[in-house]
Design a protein around this ligand. Structure first.
Ligand code: SF4
Length: 298
């Protein structure tokens, strides 16, 4: 089996930053303060387990303790709604804001556009943490998952307020084609729609690297958490290119059928550590020890 890795692998800037901030917070608070993250820090079970063993606890935002005085609470890369930030501060928590700077930029833009009187469309997954967080800065925005929903919302708005000033923001991980499709659906009613480019370059580069990889391989393993939006997006891109692809969260999940494919591609979501890529490559190598040497020396 030959193994080819995508040109872009491992943590993105925002996740690396959040992981580093959490490591530093855990170290600084050791034995003195409790340290929490609001929801899982990243979508990777191995990394979460490692943090858990170091004492990092996960808080559920719907079950916040009454008193968080002297506790450290880390806001993860997806960000949170400002109201929740105020509640945490009110309860005495010492906040470490690891919101990705690119997500922060979307939040600020949402607030600015709201204050300027725009009706905002937010393209993305309704229940994703990042989308929920941005909504906190633009409470009246329309979350739209696809062009059909965008058309319905735009049509209703047009009937009620035909002169509305409109703007479109997107989840950082949305595919450019999807974003464009949603924009076009809204522009059919509001041709002066302001389209804000919120797609993260790191996501674009990762998706582009995967698209480049697909024609070179027979099948792909997409490494990352099943809860991760950007990882699921990579799986969809590979499948849309007609490739057999699996989303793999642990070494045990490597599908046995993979050995039937002569050339296998490896790609990762933005919250997959480099060590996991190495583990997978090693596991494939062990399974194929008797096979001829490939491009990755398997
Ligand atoms: S994918 Fe982009 S926006 Fe999301 S955390 Fe990473 S760098 Fe930030």
């Amino acid at each position: 089996m030959n193994l080819i890795k995508a040109e872009v692998l491992g943590y993105c800037m925002g996740v690396r930053r959040a992981v580093t901030m959490a490591e530093e917070a855990v170290k600084a608070a050791a034995g003195v303060q409790r340290v929490f993250t609001l929801g899982p820090l990243i979508h990777n079970p191995q990394v979460l387990e490692q943090f858990r063993s170091q004492g990092l606890e996960v808080l559920n935002e719907t079950e916040l303790p009454e008193d968080l005085a002297s506790a450290v609470v880390i806001i993860r890369a997806h960000g949170i709604i400002p109201q929740l930030e105020s509640i945490l501060s009110y309860k005495g928590a010492c906040l470490v804001d690891a919101t990705c700077p690119r997500v922060k930029k979307s939040q600020m833009k949402a607030r600015f556009l709201t204050d300027a009187g725009y009706c905002i469309f937010l393209a993305g997954e309704r229940y994703h943490g990042e989308v929920i967080g941005i909504q906190g800065y633009a409470p009246a925005c329309f979350v739209v998952a696809d062009p059909v929903e965008a058309k319905e919302r735009a049509e209703t708005l047009y009937h009620n307020v035909p002169t509305a000033k409109t703007a479109l923001l997107g989840q950082t991980t949305i595919a450019p084609e999807e974003y464009q499709g949603i924009a076009q659906a809204i522009q059919a009613y509001f041709p002066h729609l302001e389209i804000i480019d919120t797609i993260c370059k790191a996501t674009r580069d990762r998706q582009h690297a995967l698209s480049q990889l697909c024609p070179q391989v027979d099948a792909l393993l997409i490494l990352g958490g099943k809860e991760s939006a950007n990882t699921r997006r990579l799986l969809a891109i590979a499948q849309a290119q007609g490739k057999q692809a699996w989303l793999v969260e642990t070494v045990a999940e490597i599908p046995p059928e993979i050995s039937a494919y002569p050339v296998v591609g490896l790609a990762t979501g933005a919250s997959t550590p480099d060590e996991f890529v190495d583990q997978i490559a090693k596991a494939l190598s062990s399974a194929q020890a008797a096979e001829p040497m490939g491009r990755e020396n398997l």
